[in-house]
Design a protein around this ligand. Structure first.
Ligand code: PEP
Ligand code: MN
Length: 340
């Protein structure tokens, strides 16, 4: 349910509505807008006594939110969400196109520093790299763990770059939250509800990758878990889904971008690296993501892809990234977008 306040409603009238919602043991979510405030209500819908809210002074309308996800929906929150990354003064959302790049894993300090300096030199302000790696095989490189986070923190301080890194379990939530400017939740954890609840309490934005077999509705419900916990800064990331196709690692579902934008106000990025699994296919899909209306990219770049400890085949080298960036800049102009 959404309570739409009149444009003349006073702060006291708004507070009264909030208190009434709390008395019903429901959660009010005030959303001040340019002309009026709306108050979203979450909790058990059957507990809403609509008439008692309708009659309160300053209330103009009560609107039923039909979607199972509420806070993530456009129905409840019409305006686009822009996620701010204070450390790098970056804003992620429509209009601009934010590029997050870096290796799959933190392997050592030297390669993270080299990559960060290269990216900064090219105007890219957010570095991705996993310290905790979800690997299909228990014998594959699992990431450097806490040591990896320490490397990221060191390079962040030295170069000023922002850090995007994955959190795999609640156990390491504090450490990852401290090291990251954006906490990544991987495809395999999109429906790890205890993890989603934990990052709902975090004070850092969450990059929520789409589950490899998740519908858009399930994905937005996962975002709702995070938002229901109080963290409204969620960035969606399409990374490919499982299909019968075997010509690429996954099927990058760019067709999810327009409906995600229509149904939700959250920004959406695309990961063409995991989406294709092969570096030769990455540039075309990266450009297609810009054209499809995505708000940016998450892309794997490695100083020596052939020696990478994970996902080398899909990682661009510096020269390849350079060429891609130049082509994105060219394409951004006619699309009236600026590369962040
Ligand atoms: C990654 O970004 O390196 C990663 C493991 O991604 P995903 O969860 O999409 O597989
Ligand atoms: Mn990877």
């Amino acid at each position: 349910m959404l309570v739409v306040m009149s444009s003349h409603a006073t702060p006291e009238e708004i507070d009264r509505v909030i208190a009434a919602i709390q008395r019903m043991k429901l959660q009010p979510h005030p959303m001040p807008g340019p002309t009026r405030t709306a108050i979203g209500i979450t909790g058990n819908n059957t507990a809403i006594d609509a008439r008692s809210l309708e009659v309160l002074p300053g209330v103009e309308d009560l609107v039923r939110v039909t979607k199972p996800y509420k806070l993530a929906s456009r129905e409840m929150h019409e305006a686009d969400t822009y996620v701010q990354i204070p450390h790098t003064k970056t804003t992620i959302g429509p209009g601009t196109f934010t590029i997050i790049a870096g290796p799959c894993s933190v392997e050592n300090e030297d390669m993270i520093l080299r990559t960060a300096e290269f990216l900064r030199g090219h105007g890219v302000n957010l570095l991705r790299a996993g310290a905790f790696k979800p690997r299909s095989s228990p014998y594959a490189f699992q990431g450097l763990g806490v040591e990896g986070l320490e490397i990221l923190a060191k390079v962040r301080k030295k170069t000023g770059i922002g850090i995007v890194t994955e959190l795999m379990d609640t156990e390491n939530a504090d450490a990852v939250e401290q090291a990251a400017d954006i906490i990544q939740i991987g495809t395999r954890n999109m429906q790890n509800f205890s993890l989603l609840k934990r990052v709902g309490l975090a004070r850092k934005p969450v990059l929520l990758k789409r589950g490899m077999a998740a519908t858009l509705e399930e994905w937005l419900m996962a975002a709702e878990y995070v938002m229901a916990g109080g963290n409204k800064e969620v960035i969606l990331c399409e990374r490919g889904v499982r299909t019968f196709s075997d010509h690429s690692r996954n099927t990058l579902d760019l067709s999810v971008v327009p409906p995600a934008k229509a149904l939700s106000h959250l920004p959406i990025l695309v990961d063409p690296s995991h989406g294709t699994g092969k570096r030769d296919y990455v540039p075309a899909m990266a450009r297609a993501s810009l054209a499809a209306g995505a708000d940016g990219l998450l892309i794997e770049v490695h100083p020596e892809p052939d020696r990478a400890m994970s996902d080398g085949a899909q990682s661009l080298d510096f020269a390849g990234f350079d060429r891609l960036l130049a082509s994105l800049h060219k394409l951004a102009e006619p699309l009236e977008r600026t590369i962040n």
